[in-house]
Design a protein around this ligand. Sequence first.
Ligand code: 16G
Ligand code: ZN
Length: 536
Amino acid sequence: MSAYEKVPAASAKFPKPADRAFQYGTAGFRMKANLLDSVVFRVGLLAALRSRKLNGQTIGVMITASHNPPEDNGVKLVDPMGEMLEASWEPYATMLANAESDDALLSTYESLAQTLNVSASTPARVVYARDTRASGSRLVAALVAALESVDTEATDYKLLTTPQLHYIVRCLNTAGTPYAYGEPTEKGYYEKLAGAFKTVMEGKNGGTVTVDCANGVGGPKLRELIKYLPSKEQGGVDIKVVNDDVLKPENLNSQCGADYVKTQQRAPPSSKATPLERCCSLDGDADRIVYYFVDSDSKFNLLDGDRIATLAASFLGDLGRASGLAEQLKIGVVQTAYANGASTTYIEGTLKLPVICTPTGVKHLHHAATRFDIGVYFEANGHGTVVFSPAALKAIATYEPKSPAQQHALRTLTALTELINQTVGDALSDMLLVETILAHKGWTPADWLGTYVDLPNRLVRVEVRDRALFKAVDAERKLESPPGAQASIDALVGKVRKGRSFARASGTEDAVRVYAEAATRGEADELAQKVAGVVK
Ligand code: 16G
Ligand code: ZN
């Protein structure tokens, strides 16, 4: 008799839509919510299997579709240290999701358990949460049915931002160890961030910031966080919360949020910000953030992930030197090919820090960032954070400061290791980081923007017959196939000043994306159009 004999009957309530092929992509499964019940059920089975494989360590399941429209939803797994699911397990998720019948699902599951040498008698522990989408609670029911069918200890954390769930998973798995990450509760998250923020803001004057919450889960969670933060009078920041309506699900990500602002290159139409007022936008699950302001000539200025990365790297570099730890803390920055070339030049030339380029997707950047003592990683779209290596944490914790100035810098550095959510990019934590740095540097957003001048750039989405034909190499900066395409792109790039361009198949949509930058707007636009012509 199978240890998993309850699976087929449970699965029968969440039948797989016929003629559908599912794939665990860059950020899990994501699609129209009405197609997702069977997928969530099967992801639940996989979460239990992964927990058993890892000796009962807690695995997280997040139900969200991030910046996608309200009728979509998605599901992704969180590994024990709060990272994304290990890539070698993604194909198992895909296999389970595509099993055509309840019995096929059982046999796929059993053979996976056998191949992976997973014993059904090992405990399985799973925690889960969801964003504010209307379909979330229905999908949670599918998840719970799966977890019950394979005897899993499960805890419902209800509504959370994606990074809050990542935080909780890490806390649960490190409790009682020397690497304990914090209290595994939502309150613990707020207390950790707020405590660190109070310390880093001591003696500084915070500014005022308007936060667009994309009408998603970030809204209520930011309002909660604010209760723990010092007020502006107490040396904190004045945070104005807008677009935090979660009662009308259709408003989610609609005409607002980080993705809208980044792709439209404009403030949400609802924005009432006056010139030079500092604003930022979160995405629907609050793991992305971009800043922006309108200047006195009504020009819109975006401070995206590249800008946050350069700001953070510059500040951490200052603190490394001021604390006397510069030698022991090798700082590096991780970007993707989408990073503006001017940001890369600024990091290497002005900040004198190394830059690594990786393929798109948080897991690639995160992994590369762990190669530095302090790894700063951001995608241009606002996904990112800073990770500190165990050696860096130890150096920071044990260094004996030689002067009051060193002591002060060390105290700030220590608090930053607590303020920054090191598990994954976290819009709320990133916002407090940016506010801290601006307060320390005494900068306005215009000062921040003035550190370097972005190269004009253009992003084009190209519909192609078969995007699988497009194979990128060299961190997606070059096309290996179709044959000849790269040579044509190189020839076009060579004709414009400061030209750079690449084409890559999207991991989330059926399209190829073309990015181009050049010395002038006209040249960037023309280069993008011509390269789009090559891939069409
Ligand atoms: C996913 C990734 C995001 C990336 C985007 C690229 C995560 C959590 N999310 O949303 O980082 O920027 O895909 O989409 O890794 P694309 O492949 O369609 O350009
Ligand atoms: Zn997101």
